[in-house]
Design a protein around this ligand. Structure first.
Ligand SMILES: Nc1nc2c(c(=O)[nH]1)N(C=O)[C@@H](CNc1ccc(C(=O)N[C@@H](CCC(=O)O)C(=O)O)cc1)CN2
Ligand SMILES: Nc1ncnc2c1ncn2[C@@H]1O[C@H](COP(=O)(O)OP(=O)(O)OP(=O)(O)O)[C@@H](O)[C@H]1O
Length: 193
């Protein structure tokens, strides 16, 4: 099996696991995850924060994003075009339009480049204890944050957001994979080395 076939197989299994959570588990976990996001932003006082809109069983960050907006932090969401991803400001009343994957994106609001962001809440399919991250397989986040390679102290902080069942024993890592600085699950925030 090639490395990319292995990634594909693990991706299927990890997506299956998060889709298998029942409604009660999901609600409790989402509340705990939003609480952990709030504590992190409070503690480190991040001003510009990128979130995401839940897709295919990802955690629902709505509660945290609304709270951050009320606290006058700039909340951004990803916008994809061809292979490129940038970010736009989200407000609760923002006009939204679904992208080609069916994920809603803000339309017409202020745009931000990846390097302007303080904290990126990264969607993911799987994570491992060494900070490895498996995404949807299109490389959008790896390309957008490639400038963080080998610069562990630079902003933005890259913090994955996932359910605890998305932790894998190990994940194949390619040269272009950008490691996570930390992970938030319903069990709380964990920083990697
Ligand atoms: N919530 C969320 N937003 C996000 C991402 C994400 O992973 N999660 N992205 C992270 O990159 C970007 C969008 N990338 C995506 C890449 C693939 C698929 C996806 O569902 N792929 C299907 C095939 C669908 C198709 O080709 O039309 C699949 O894998 O089965 C979705 C989003 C930006 N926004
Ligand atoms: N810095 C980069 N420059 C050019 N191509 C890249 C870069 N990073 C990733 N890619 C390409 O993106 C594709 C998908 O990579 P991979 O399977 O690791 O994505 P992923 O981490 O699962 O997805 P994502 O980052 O979108 O969440 C690969 O074919 C890879 O060639």
């Amino acid at each position: 099996m090639t490395a990319s076939e292995r990634k594909e197989e693990q991706r299927r299994e990890l997506i299956r696991r998060r889709l298998a959570l029942d409604e009660g588990q999901r609600e409790r976990a989402d509340a705990a995850i939003s609480g952990a996001v709030r504590r992190l932003v409070d503690e480190l006082d991040f001003g510009i924060i990128a979130g995401f809109v839940a897709h295919r069983g990802e955690p629902d960050l709505s509660a945290a994003l609304s709270w951050l907006d009320e606290e006058d932090r700039a909340v951004l969401l990803p916008v994809v075009r061809d292979l490129d991803m940038h970010f736009r400001r989200w407000r609760p009343d923002a006009a939204m339009k679904a992208n080609r994957f069916g994920i809603p994106e803000p339309v017409g609001s202020e745009g931000f480049a990846p390097a302007q962001i303080d904290l990126v809440l990264m969607p993911l399919v799987g994570f491992a204890a060494d900070g490895a991250r498996l995404g949807m397989g299109a490389g959008f986040y790896d390309r957008a944050f490639a400038f963080r390679h080998g610069r562990p102290d630079d902003l933005p902080r890259l913090v994955g957001v996932a359910y605890a069942v998305q932790e894998a024993e190990s994940l194949p890592v390619d040269d272009w994979d950008v490691p996570l600085d930390g992970i938030i699950t319903e069990q709380g925030l964990r920083w990697f080395e």
